[in-house]
Design a protein around this ligand. Sequence first.
Ligand SMILES: Nc1ncnc2c1ncn2[C@@H]1O[C@H](COP(=O)(O)OP(=O)(O)O)[C@@H](O)[C@H]1O
Ligand SMILES: [Mg+2]
Length: 452
Amino acid sequence: MKNILVAEDDRSLRDGLVQSMSRSGYKVQVAQSGKEALEKIEKQVYDLVITGYRPDGLDILRKARSTNAGTMVIVTGENGTGAVEAMRSGAFDYVQKPLSLEAIELKIQRAMEHQRLVARLTSMTEPEPDPSNRYGLVGNSPAMREIFKMIDKVASSNATVLIQGETGTGKERVAEAIHRNSPRHDAAFVRMNCASLPDNLLESELFGHEKGAFTGADQMRIGRFEMANDGTLFLDEVGNMSANTQAKVLRAIQNGEFERLGGSRTIKVDVRIVAATNINLETAIKEGRFREDLYYRLNVVTIVMPSLRERPEDIVPLAENFLKNFARELRRRVQGFSPEALKRLQEYRWPGNVRELENSIERAVLMCEGEAIRPVDLTLLDREHTLAMTPQLAVDLLNLEQLEKTALLEALKRSNWVQKEAAKLLGVSSRVMNYKVHKHGITHDRWSKNRN
Ligand SMILES: Nc1ncnc2c1ncn2[C@@H]1O[C@H](COP(=O)(O)OP(=O)(O)O)[C@@H](O)[C@H]1O
Ligand SMILES: [Mg+2]
């Protein structure tokens, strides 16, 4: 409830104000004199103070504002006496006597509204400084501190950044942090997973297409390069593009220009590129799967994300952070981890890195019946088992999401992108098929016609 102090020496006015405001649901206190008002303000925080200009209005105003900048003050007076003075000293408003209770009611509402806005703005511009959670990235290990330093360094420039690292190490998060802290932050951050689509679809997504470019293209559509104009384009899994697409991407990055599919007009854009890959591009170059010139274009600055097992000191802070978030989201009363569970988390190899940790904690929060997560709640692979596997194999086994997506894409391809047929192949209902397709962001130009 909002706290209001009424400091008026006119008794009938005071009573009228108190009555009307109490009825409106405010908690109202009165001060009979200027001295009493000053004492009260010192002892308690008020949301709003209403005071007459005479005799002590200015003192009360200044005291209220200096004690708590969030306190709104409305000053009343006759014939505009002291209005300028009051406004200059930080009053929210000045009201002429005789007062209409309705008019003052309205002013109070406006003052409260104003107060809320100011509170919101200050909370937005002054986030709590937390050294172990910068850019929304948890981690205070030396390796992560180096990553933060790199983000600081590259964010302000336009340099193309290549982020390397295993799956689930936070590459996408870092890309976003670079954008958010760059001068481009007001423009779009556009993502494109280059491994998620067959070649021709990928090109259409990246560069857009003109009307009639291919069967089904009955509308012109702009691509991600155009969407990202003035902003940042995040090319994820950039190592998996075909030679043809690589050539087009190279030109788009080099000259900032391209044509939409089926079009001849050259389009110019100003886009910053951040790319990520979990494969070793140098090996890919040696094997002839990746263009060397494109590699050098992308690799102006490289950030190598450390795997989670290279920074075990981050495991517990990350786990605690995920636990807190999931407990809130899933409305569970889980508070923490048992000592054995903590030990288990720290010993485990985390082939799927932070993403695997995040998924494990989500499951554990759901499974957990008490207030602490125990080892049985953590469905981790056996230690020996994980150690024997190559990281990639383990990731594939663990990353059910990715498996699911691969299966969906395969079934869709085989059934010529007819969802109903693909659903039959997979033995699921059309509804489930449709849900999964959306969940994984799988698109096909054939579908856009029927979608609405
Ligand atoms: N340092 C971190 N702090 C908090 N969450 C993280 C951190 N690193 C990764 N994550 C989370 O882990 C998941 C995987 O991260 P992501 O950036 O998609 O990894 P990658 O692109 O390397 O596969 C995401 O849900 C992300 O929010
Ligand atoms: Mg990723």
